[in-house]
Design a protein around this ligand. Structure first.
Ligand code: HEC
Length: 119
C-alpha cells in the first residue's frame, strides 16, 4: 500500500515538473508573440521613433534629469508625451530651454516627422 502510494506520488511529481517546465519554456515565446502584435500598432515607424528618442535623450533628458525629473523621456513614455513635446518645441518654442543645446534643423525635422507619424 505505502509503496503504491509512493509510486503514485512520484508520478504526480514528475507530471507536475513536466507541466511547469513546459510552461516556463513557452513563456518567452508568448511574450515575443505579444510584442509583435502590440508594438507596431501603437508605435508607428520604429526607426523614426528610435531617432527621435536619441534626440530626446541627448538634447532634453540631459537637462530634465536634473531640472525636471518627472519629464524624462523613454521609449515607453515618449509617444504618450508627443503632444506635450509638440506644444513645447514647435508651438511655444520653450524647449529646449535657452541654456540647453539647441536642436539642429535635421533634429527638428526628425522630431516633427515622428510626431506626424503618430497621428
Ligand atoms: C536646459 C534645460 C532643459 C532642456 C535642454 C530641455 N528642457 Fe524641457 N523642461 C525644463 C524644465 C526646467 C521644465 C519644467 C519647468 C518648465 O516647464 O519650464 C521643462 C519642462 C518640459 C515639458 C513639460 C511642460 C509642461 O508643463 O507641460 C516638456 C514637454 C519639455 N520640457 C520638453 C522638452 C523637450 C522635448 C526638450 C528637448 C527638445 C526639452 N524639454 C529640453 C528644462 C529643459
Amino acid at each position: 500500500m505505502t509503496t503504491e502510494f509512493n509510486t503514485l506520488k512520484g508520478v504526480i511529481w514528475i507530471a507536475l515538473i513536466i507541466f511547469l517546465t513546459a510552461k516556463v519554456w513557452s513563456y518567452p515565446s508568448d511574450l515575443s508573440a505579444q510584442k509583435t502584435i502590440i508594438v507596431p500598432s501603437i508605435s508607428g515607424d520604429h526607426e523614426l521613433q528610435m531617432k527621435a528618442l536619441s534626440i530626446l535623450q541627448n538634447k532634453c533628458n540631459t537637462c530634465h534629469r536634473k531640472r525636471n525629473p518627472f519629464m524624462i523621456f523613454s521609449q515607453k513614455n515618449m509617444n504618450k508625451r508627443a503632444a506635450k513635446i509638440k506644444k513645447q518645441v514647435f508651438e511655444l518654442g520653450r524647449m529646449p530651454k535657452e541654456d540647453g543645446t539647441p536642436l539642429t534643423e535635421a533634429e527638428y525635422s526628425t522630431l516633427q516627422k515622428w510626431i506626424d507619424s503618430l497621428q
